[in-house]
Design a protein around this ligand. Structure first.
Ligand code: 3PG
Length: 215
């Protein structure tokens, strides 16, 4: 299943994973990401401010915003109502995935083993989050695990940063990488948006050394 809007997200090659505690920080955060050259954010439902932050960012119209850590169907509804254009989950919840597919909502559930991947295959998905990537063996595991599934591509997330993101992005099965390193919650809470822009710029420059954007 090819979700058109997901293809656009993957073109960014890096998806900033955000846990935001105050929706009032959403707009300066979006500005910081845009200044850094990465107009994309996954706002995680790990905080009560998530829906408000998604709504504030979505209204701008100049940044691709999705929802992460989506664990329940109700959160999909909340996220989409707020303006999220894609849904990310740490694991594979068939109810969440089925709801998204039935409603044409791009979804990338998390997988960490072949059984998860085969469940996703049954749903016709082609892009999956590999989570938590580094803790599950990183690129070595991804290479071995993805080999039988020629049609699948992955968004490794978890433990990725400036030191290893390029290795991931160079692998043909990697569609993009997710990570929080340029948008850490403490930087957001401290109002260090210039630092976020710097880290984002650095991430974009690293990603530019990988192959052309996946599509
Ligand atoms: C996630 O929610 O996907 C992870 O928290 C991101 O992992 P990281 O913080 O190690 O980048």
């Amino acid at each position: 299943m090819a979700f058109e809007s997901l293809t656009k997200i993957l073109d960014h090659k890096i998806i900033p994973v955000v846990a935001i505690h105050d929706a009032g920080d959403a707009l300066p955060l979006a500005d910081a990401l845009i200044r850094g050259g990465l107009p994309c954010a996954e706002i995680t439902f790990r905080t009560a401010a998530a829906a408000g932050a998604i709504e504030a960012i979505a209204k701008r119209g100049d940044i691709d915003v999705g929802a992460g850590t989506v664990l329940k169907v109700e959160q999909v509804q909340q996220a989409v109502d707020a303006g999220a254009t894609f849904i990310v989950a740490p694991g594979f919840n068939p109810k969440v995935v089925a709801y998204c597919i039935d409603n044409g909502i791009p979804v990338t559930p998390g997988v960490s083993n072949p059984t998860d991947i085969e469940m996703a295959l049954d749903f016709g998905l082609e892009i999956l989050k590999f989570f938590p990537a580094e803790a599950f063996g990183g690129l070595k595991t991804l290479k071995a695990m993805s080999a039988p599934y020629t049609m699948m591509r992955f968004i490794p997330t978890g433990g990725i940063g400036p030191g290893n993101v390029l290795d991931y992005l160079k692998h043909p099965k990697v569609a993009a990488c997710g990570g929080s390193w340029m948008v850490k919650s403490d930087l957001i809470a401290a109002g260090q948006f210039e630092r976020i822009t710097e880290l984002t710029r650095e991430a974009v420059a690293i990603a530019a050394q990988a192959r052309p954007a996946a599509s």
